[in-house]
Design a protein around this ligand. Structure first.
Ligand code: PAF
Length: 279
């Protein structure tokens, strides 16, 4: 695997490549990321990964400085997966001057759910993703469904800017007990780690209630919230939404079995976890 740190070297390495498949990451790679690399290999060649902890998407009180950086271990994993080029720029390379031009997702997609609780997060994500796409010029790029709202926003950005990049969605990878893999799981204490699968179990319970015909979505969300609070969680949101646009389902949508999902974000101790489930 070739490791490049500048845009110029990256362009040299990829010159003439028309079928590049790209996986952007912030490093601290786990099995979830590696599954994205494998999916990328089915959608293009060569596979290019990036590691860049993007300051723009962190709020002032968030974990930018603490975010786990495990570069050598990450390189070993990527190399084993057959990744052709790793693009690992530093901040000066990607943001040599203040990034004043930014991508602004529409309010009704970017300022709800994650965007409501992490103001500016999606502006930071779409700005860096557009910039990385401009560096890599991928034919396809893979994003995990674990960050479902991010996946939708990036997909809509590509459509609206007519970018020639197909956005491929990868299934969430879970630990045996159901916890969605995430770099932030490493912040959990052992006691919190045993409690953490409860977030997924809560989503599963909502799915079961809906499959059994429950249609009072607000009541289901409220009950799930109460159950988490009773176990010591601090939920930001538990929301049943339409898969297509993340809007609230109407009674007609429910009657017509429009595809839905339930999304959740909650803090356990100092760690904020997110998850979602298609229902
Ligand atoms: O999902 C992530 O790891 C990040 O949001 C991304 C897409 C690499 C942009 O920094």
């Amino acid at each position: 695997m070739k490791i490049v740190t500048t845009i110029e070297e990256l362009r040299d390495q990829l010159r003439g490549q028309l079928r590049t498949a790209f996986v952007p990451t912030m490093g601290n790679l786990h099995e979830g990321h590696l599954s994205l690399m494998r999916l990328a290999a089915r959608h293009g060649d060569p596979v290019v990964a990036s590691i860049f902890v993007n300051r723009l998407q962190f709020g002032p009180t968030e974990d930018f400085d603490q975010y786990p950086r495990t570069f050598d271990a990450d390189c070993e994993k990527l190399s084993k997966e057959g990744v052709y080029v790793l693009f690992a720029p530093n901040e000066r390379e990607l943001y040599p001057e203040p990034q004043e031009f930014r991508v602004s997702p529409p309010h009704d997609l970017g300022d709800i759910l994650e965007g409501e609780f992490r103001p500016g997060f999606f502006v930071g994500v779409t700005t860096v993703v557009l910039k990385l796409f401009s560096c890599v010029q991928p034919r396809a790029a893979v994003f995990g469904k674990k960050d479902y709202q991010q996946l939708m926003i990036v997909r809509n950005m590509c459509r609206q800017f007519a970018l020639p990049t197909e956005i491929v969605a990868a299934e969430t990878v879970r630990a045996a007990d159901g916890l969605a893999l995430s770099s932030r799981n490493g912040y959990l204490t052992p006691a919190e780690r045993s409690e953490a699968p409860m977030l997924y179990q809560t989503l599963e319970a909502i799915r079961r209630h809906m499959a059994a015909g429950e249609s009072d979505l607000a009541a289901l969300e409220a009950q799930a919230r109460q159950e988490l609070i009773a176990r010591g969680w601090h939920p930001d949101y538990i929301a049943i939404r339409r898969r297509g646009d993340l809007k609230l389902p109407t009674p007609t949508d429910l009657g017509q079995h429009v595809p839905l999902l339930v999304l959740a974000a909650a803090r356990l101790g100092a760690t904020r976890l997110i998850d979602n489930l298609e229902i």
